[in-house]
Design a binder for this molecule. Structure first.
Ligand SMILES: *Cc1c(COP(=O)(O)O)cnc(C)c1O
Length: 442
C-alpha cells in the first residue's frame, strides 16, 4: 500500500519504510495494578502470614482482610453488598445461578466480550444470544430492544476496554421488559457514568482482579448487589451452598437457603493484596485516564482517524485507546506502521494491535461457541429439550454484521498505568507521523 505513495518532499520517512523510529525502547507493560504493588500490599499480606490465618471465615487469628476489602469497596463505590470471590469467571457463574438461570432460558450478550461471559451462560445450562455492539464498543441498545424474546431472562452488559457504554438505556430497556441485568465490570473497576459507579445500574455486578485488570490480586473477583435477597444467595453460592453463622461455620439447617456452591471463596491472603490495590485504584485509573485523554485530544482532527465513543469521559478508567479506520486495510497498515515506530510493548505484551489479534474477545473467535461444544457427553446445554428453541441460533462470523465491521476496522492501544510524559509524547508523535501517510488518499 505504501509503495503507491507519491514521494512527498517534506515528510519524514516512516520507520516501516526504513526511516528512524520515533522510539527504540518498548513501552512499559500494560497490567495496570501490577506496577503499583509495593510496601502497602506487602504490609497487609505480612499481617496475614504473621497471624498464620489465611482463611477468611475462621482461624487462629483472622485478620479480616476480605471483610475489610468488601466493606471499603462498598463505601467507596456506593454498593450495598459485596462478596469477594476467586475470579471474575466464577463471579459470572455465581451471578447467573443467583438469578436462577438455567435450561430454557437465554442470556443476551454483546459480540465483543470475554470468553468467560459465554462460558458462564453455557455452564449453567442456558443459551447465549448475541447482540450487536455500537460505536461505544458495548451493547447497542437498539439491538437489545429488537432481540429480546420470550426466552430472554437476563442481559450481561459488558463494559469493555475500560469504559461503560449506554448503560442507562440498556438497563431501562431490560428492566422494562422484565429482564435482569448483570453488569460485567471486569475491565472497568473504578469507572463511572454520570457520577454513578459502574455496577450500581444493574441487579448484580461482577469484577475481576486478574493481572490484566485495573487492580489486581493475581486472581480474584467480586460480586455486588443492592438486593439483600440476592446477596444472601450470592453468599451461599460462592461458598458451599449454605449460609455461615457469625462464627464462620456452615448453617445447613436453614431450609430457606440450601443450594449448590461453587467453592469460590477468596482467601485472606488474596484479600490483603486486593485491599492494598483498592486503596490505590483511584490513583491507578487517574494515571491511565489522564494519559489516554491527553493522547486522544492531541490526535483529534487527524483525517480518517476515528475513536470509540465514550459517553462520559470523566468516568473512563483509561486502560485502552480504541481507534477506528475507514477499512481493515488502513487499520492494519496503521498498526504495523505504529509498531515499527516503537509503539509496542516488551516481548509478549499486547500493547498495540488490531482487533483481529484480540482473540477470545470476539464471539466468532471462540471455537467452543461456534462449534457448540459441551463439557459432558449429553451435549449440554445445546441438547437439553428445554433449549430446543435455540436450534437455529448461529454464532459464526456474520451473525452480527455491525460488530464484525467494527472488529475489522478498529485497533487497540494499551495505556500503561505508569506512562511517562515522554512515553505519551512519543505515542502522539508516532500517530501524527504515520497517520497522514498511511491514512491519506490512495
Ligand atoms: C477478565 C474478564 C473476566 C474474567 O475474569 P477472571 O478473573 O480472569 O476469571 C470476565 N469478563 C471480562 C469482560 C473480563 O475482561
Amino acid at each position: 500500500m505504501l509503495q503507491d505513495k507519491p514521494d512527498l518532499p517534506n515528510r519524514e520517512r516512516l520507520a516501516i519504510e526504513g526511516g528512524d523510529p520515533v522510539r527504540s525502547q518498548p513501552l512499559p507493560w500494560e497490567l495496570p495494578g501490577a506496577h503499583w504493588i509495593d510496601d502497602e500490599e506487602r504490609e497487609l499480606v505480612d499481617r496475614v502470614i504473621n497471624a498464620r490465618s489465611p482463611f477468611r471465615f475462621y482461624g487462629p487469628e483472622p485478620q479480616r482482610m476480605v471483610d475489610t476489602f468488601e466493606r471499603e469497596w462498598c463505601e467507596r463505590f456506593g454498593h450495598r453488598h459485596a462478596v469477594a470471590v476467586s475470579s471474575g469467571t466464577a463471579a459470572l457463574s455465581i451471578a447467573l445461578s443467583t438469578l436462577g438461570i438455567g435450561p430454557g432460558d437465554e442470556v443476551l450478550l454483546p459480540g465483543y466480550l470475554w470468553v468467560s461471559c459465554v462460558s458462564a451462560v453455557i455452564r449453567c445450562g442456558a443459551i447465549p444470544k448475541l447482540l450487536e455492539i455500537d460505536e461505544t464498543f458495548c451493547i447497542d441498545p437498539d439491538d437489545l430492544q429488537a432481540k429480546i424474546g420470550p426466552r430472554s431472562r437476563a442481559v450481561i452488559c459488558v463494559h469493555m476496554s475500560g469504559a461503560p457504554g449506554r448503560i442507562q438505556e440498556i438497563t431501562a430497556i431490560a428492566h422494562g421488559r422484565g429482564l435482569k441485568v448483570v453488569e460485567d465490570c471486569a475491565q472497568v473497576a473504578g469507572g463511572s457514568q454520570g457520577g454513578r459507579s459502574v455496577g450500581t445500574f444493574g441487579d448484580i455486578a461482577i469484577f475481576s482482579f486478574q493481572l490484566n485488570k485495573n487492580m489486581t490480586s493475581g486472581e480474584g473477583g467480586l460480586l455486588t448487589t443492592d438486593d439483600p435477597q440476592l446477596h444472601r444467595r450470592i453468599v451461599a453460592l460462592h461458598d458451599l451452598g449454605y449460609p455461615r453463622t457469625p462464627a464462620g461455620r456452615l448453617d445447613t439447617q436453614d431450609r430457606s437457603c440450601q443450594l449448590w456452591g461453587y467453592g469460590a471463596r477468596m482467601s485472606d491472603l488474596t484479600g490483603a493484596l486486593a485491599l492494598g490495590q483498592l486503596r490505590k485504584l483511584p490513583r491507578i485509573t487517574a494515571a491511565m485516564r489522564s494519559a489516554k485523554w491527553r493522547i486522544r485530544e492531541a490526535l483529534a482532527g487527524i483525517d480518517e482517524l476515528g475513536f470509540r465513543h465514550v459517553p462520559d469521559p470523566a468516568g473512563d478508567t483509561g486502560p485502552f485507546l480504541i481507534t477506528t479506520y475507514a477499512d481493515a486495510g488502513r487499520c492494519e497498515a496503521m498498526v504495523e506502521a505504529l509498531r515499527a515506530e516503537g509503539i509496542r510493548g516488551p516481548e509478549g505484551s499486547l500493547a498495540c494491535l488490531t482487533m483481529r489479534e484480540w482473540g477470545l474477545h470476539w464471539y466468532f473467535n471462540i471455537p467452543s461457541l461456534v462449534e457448540r461444544r459441551s463439557n459432558d457427553r449429553s451435549g449440554m446445554p445445546w441438547s437439553h429439550p428445554a433449549n430446543a428453541f435455540a436450534a437455529a441460533y448461529d454464532y459464526h462470523r456474520g451473525a452480527l454484521p455491525k460488530t464484525d465491521d467494527l472488529h475489522d476496522r478498529s485497533a487497540l492501544l494499551s495505556i500503561a498505568s505508569c506512562l511517562s510524559d515522554r512515553d505519551v509524547d512519543d505515542i502522539i508523535r508516532a500517530f501524527r507521523k504515520v497517520a497522514p501517510v498511511v491514512l491519506g488518499d490512495r
